[in-house]
Ligand binder design. Structure first.
Ligand SMILES: Nc1ncnc2c1ncn2[C@@H]1O[C@H](COP(=O)(O)OP(=O)(O)O)[C@@H](O)[C@H]1O
Ligand SMILES: O=C(O)c1ccc[n+]([C@@H]2O[C@H](COP(=O)([O-])O)[C@@H](O)[C@H]2O)c1
Ligand SMILES: [Mg+2]
Length: 199
C-alpha cells in the first residue's frame, strides 16, 4: 500500500519541523517540500497590495510538484534511491505492491490545487493564532527576506483567502494545534499514521 500524508497549514505553524521528525521515524519514508517549487524571483509579479506575490498559488510550479508526487507513486523505491533515502531490503522485493510505502508532502498551499488534493490519503492542517504566527515569522530567514509590512500586507490576507477557499471546498482536513510542543505534535501524528497503517 502507498500512503500520501499532507502536512499543510499556515506559514510558521511548524510544518517542516513536524515533517522532518516524521520522516526520521518511518524507515524509507520519502518527502516532498512545496517550497522547493517556488518559481524564480523574476517570475513573481508585484500585486495591487504593493508586494511581490509569493503567497499565491501561481508563485509555485504546481504542475512540477504534482509530477514529483506521481513519480513517487509510480515507483517509490526508485524515488527513494534517487533521493538518497535508504531502502530496507524487504521494500525492494519485486512484490513491493504488498509493502507499505509512505510519502509526506509538506507545504503552506497544499489543499487549493485539485490535482494534488486527490492524491492524499490524509490531510493535516496546522494552525497557530495570528500573534504567534507573526512572532515566529519575524525571526525567519527566507531565501528572499520579508520586506517591512509583508506579513500584514500580504502573507496574512492571502492565508485567510486560501483557508476560506479550502473550507468551502470538499477537501477534508484534520486540524492540528501548532501551539502544542514539537513532541506532542509528533506523538499525535505518528500514532495516527501507525493506526492508519494497521487498519
Ligand atoms: N511545536 C512548536 N512549538 C514552538 N515552536 C515551534 C514548533 N514547531 C516549530 N516551531 C518553530 O517555529 C518556527 C517555524 O517552524 P517551521 O517548522 O519552519 O514552520 P513552517 O514550515 O510551518 O513554516 C521555527 O522557528 C521552529 O523552530
Ligand atoms: O523559499 C523561498 O524561496 C521563499 C521565497 C519567498 C517567500 N517565501 C515564503 O515561504 C513561505 C512558505 O514557507 P513556510 O515554511 O513558511 O510555510 C511563504 O509564506 C512565502 O512568503 C519563501
Ligand atoms: Mg516550512
Amino acid at each position: 500500500m502507498k500512503y500520501i500524508i499532507g502536512i499543510g497549514g499556515m506559514t510558521n505553524g511548524g510544518k517542516t519541523t513536524l515533517t522532518n521528525k516524521l520522516v526520521n521515524a518511518f524507515p524509507g519514508c520519502c518527502v516532498v517540500h512545496q517550497d522547493d517549487f517556488f518559481k524564480p524571483q523574476d517570475q513573481i509579479p508585484v500585486g495591487e497590495d504593493g508586494f511581490k506575490q509569493w503567497d499565491v498559488m501561481t508563485s509555485l510550479d504546481m504542475e512540477a510538484m504534482v509530477n514529483t508526487v506521481k513519480a513517487w507513486l509510480e515507483n517509490p523505491v526508485k524515488f527513494a534511491r534517487s533521493h538518497g533515502i535508504q531502502v530496507s531490503p524487504e521494500l525492494e522485493e519485486p512484490d513491493s505492491e504488498e509493502q507499505t510505502h509512505i510519502l509526506i508532502v509538506e507545504g503552506f498551499l497544499l489543499y487549493n490545487y485539485r490535482p494534488l488534493i486527490e492524491l492524499f490519503s490524509h490531510c493535516y492542517y496546522i494552525v497557530v493564532p495570528y500573534e504567534e504566527c507573526k512572532r515566529r515569522r519575524s525571526t525567519r530567514k527566507y531565501t528572499v527576506p520579508d520586506p517591512p509590512g509583508l506579513f500584514d500586507g500580504h502573507v496574512w490576507p492571502m492565508y485567510l483567502k486560501y483557508r476560506r477557499e479550502m473550507e468551502s471546498s470538499p477537501v477534508e482536513v484534520e486540524y492540528l494545534d501548532g501551539l502544542k510542543t514539537r513532541e506532542q505534535l509528533f506523538n499525535q501524528v505518528y500514532e495516527a499514521i501507525r493506526n492508519m497503517l494497521n487498519s
